[in-house]
Design a protein around this ligand. Structure first.
Ligand code: C5P
Length: 490
């Protein structure tokens, strides 16, 4: 195997490799090899894979050599510089998710941002100032009063010499402090002293997140203009704990930061857009339900893309395992009936995009108690009734939005079915995707996967889009919606 030249790597990557190598007790070269192997075998996330492959190829081919394959290079180009010249003050509070903040620093720096880090004393129990300092290439600030420190710039300067303050992870304690105006350490003081925007990425045990005190604090902070990204639902670090409380992934936090610092004109400013996303769960009894394989990735990406263009996005989401998109107001529901009520309560709107995979049927009478298995009695007969068609209801509503977009996931006669849906449901556009065997379900398919190939069906014809990432489909669809709405008066 060709040897890997570590010195040709970017400083940020070198720092990360050094740290991971130290943690794993191996050489930096060996660590790089492990990461490439993981990337090639698909054990890392998509973005990580491209990123790692390109960087390693560059290391192998030497400076000045273009990295191939070409797709890897274009991915780098598209992220490079999106935060160029922006100054981020990252406050790391004490939580197990603090390790993800190290990756966040790297992600921000590779996009051109400079990152200054403030760490609480509890944060230093989880990650070291050495790691944060190596990755940010700056001094890490920890003390409120440190007149002997040559780096001491004072909390006012720290909080003002930034374009954005990001708290990741934001603990229940730090949220409570800021909601109540406390300032007894450097982290809380810079947050109180700032005149810049603040973004929080909470991370805590689900019980702490759902505690009325935390909910109150979050509402107060939101009223004070603080933005939130996440938390997501999922497994917790503690064994046997799951629920809402996982910190948003670094790339989601980056997307939220990019949106907050984006100064481009917003073609959808002043437009209210409803988006539905995810599956619905239709109860059979208190512990069982009927559902489908929708992950919510496409719907959430569309909501985020519309918000980036300035829309006031109201997302109605079924149960999913991904974080609420940044800059979007999300209502969580479980059943189709709840989704319908939520959508109706959000009308009127300028546009509505129905991405959710709503269950077509529900059980006529969900049992109040768990249905017991009785020997010799056989399975229970489930009587099903039809759910309301939310899209059709809005498509023919007295307060119909100016633009109504539906989705059609079909396993056969994709275009015929999409055109029929357009008419029957009163939609202006149908985004049709093929979920037939082999291209549909599963991590590499449309439902649950990261890529999508769609056709846009309207009354005037069909436009075929090439296969692309769900984020890219979302960006293109948001641009199309902005274009269509341009003609209508706000
Ligand atoms: O009829 P079908 O389920 O294939 O239609 C798909 C489209 O209709 C999607 O846009 C979906 O969000 C919407 N829909 C709905 N309410 C339902 C069923 C589907 O809004 N009950």
């Amino acid at each position: 195997m060709a040897s890997i030249t570590i010195r040709n790597l970017d400083d940020g990557i070198k720092d990360l490799l050094r740290q991971l190598a130290a943690e794993n007790g191996c050489s930096m070269e060996e660590q790089a090899r492990v990461m490439i192997r993981a990337a090639v075998e698909g054990r890392a996330g998509q973005a990580d894979r491209i990123d790692q492959i390109e960087k390693t190829l560059r290391a192998l081919t030497g400076p000045g050599q273009p990295a191939s394959p070409a797709s890897a290079g274009s991915s780098q180009r598209s992220i490079r510089g999106t935060l160029s010249g922006k100054r981020i003050l990252l406050v790391i509070a004490g939580g197990i998710a603090a390790y993800k903040s190290l990756d966040l620093i790297r992600r921000l720096r590779e996009r051109g941002a400079s990152v200054r880090v403030v760490m609480t004393s509890a944060a230093q129990e989880f990650v070291t100032t050495l790691s944060a300092g190596a990755l940010s290439a700056d001094h890490v600030f920890t003390e409120l009063f440190d007149r002997n420190d040559e780096h001491d710039v004072g909390h006012i300067r720290l909080s003002r010499e930034a374009d954005l303050l990001v708290v990741a992870p934001a603990t229940a304690d730090l949220m409570a402090k800021l909601a109540n105006g406390h300032a007894n350490d450097l982290a809380s003081t810079v947050l109180l002293a700032t005149d810049k925007k603040v973004l929080m990425a909470p991370a805590m045990n689900p019980k702490m997140w759902s505690h009325p005190a935390t909910r109150r604090n979050r509402a107060t902070l939101q009223k004070d203009g603080i933005a939130f990204v996440g938390p997501a639902k999922g497994e917790m670090a503690e064994s046997n704990e799951a629920g809402e409380g996982r910190m948003a992934e670094p790339l989601e936090i980056v997307a939220a930061i990019e949106a907050m610092l984006d100064e481009k004109p917003k073609p959808l400013a002043g437009r209210r857009i409803i988006v539905t996303s995810g599956p619905t769960h239709e109860p059979i009894d208190p512990v069982r339900y009927i559902a489908n394989r929708s992950s919510g990735k496409q719907g959430h990406a569309i909501a985020a893309a519309l918000a980036k263009l300035g829309a006031d996005v109201r997302l109605v989401s079924g149960p999913v395992n991904i974080a609420d998109p940044a800059g979007v107001k999300t209502t969580h529901i479980e059943t189709a009936a709840e989704m319908k009520d939520a959508v109706d309560s959000l009308l009127p709107a300028d546009a509505a995009v129905f991405v959710a995979a709503v269950a077509d049927w529900r059980t006529a009478n969900a049992a109040g108690e768990k249905i017991k298995k009785v020997a010799g009695k056989g399975p229970p007969a489930l009587q099903m009734i039809e759910n309301p068609d939310i899209l059709a209801g809005v498509g023919h509503h007295a307060h119909r939005p100016g633009l109504v977009v539906g989705f059609a996931a079909e396993t056969q006669d994709l275009l015929g079915n999409a055109e029929a849906k357009l008419r029957k449901k009163g939609a202006d556009l149908i985004v049709a995707n093929d979920v037939s065997h082999g291209s549909g379900v599963g991590p590499s398919g449309v439902m649950g996967g990261d890529r999508n190939k769609v056709r846009i069906v309207s009354r005037t014809g069909v436009e075929e889009w090439p296969e692309m990432g769900k984020d890219e489909v979302a960006t293109r669809l948001a641009a199309l919606i902005a274009e269509r709405l341009k003609a209508t008066v706000v």
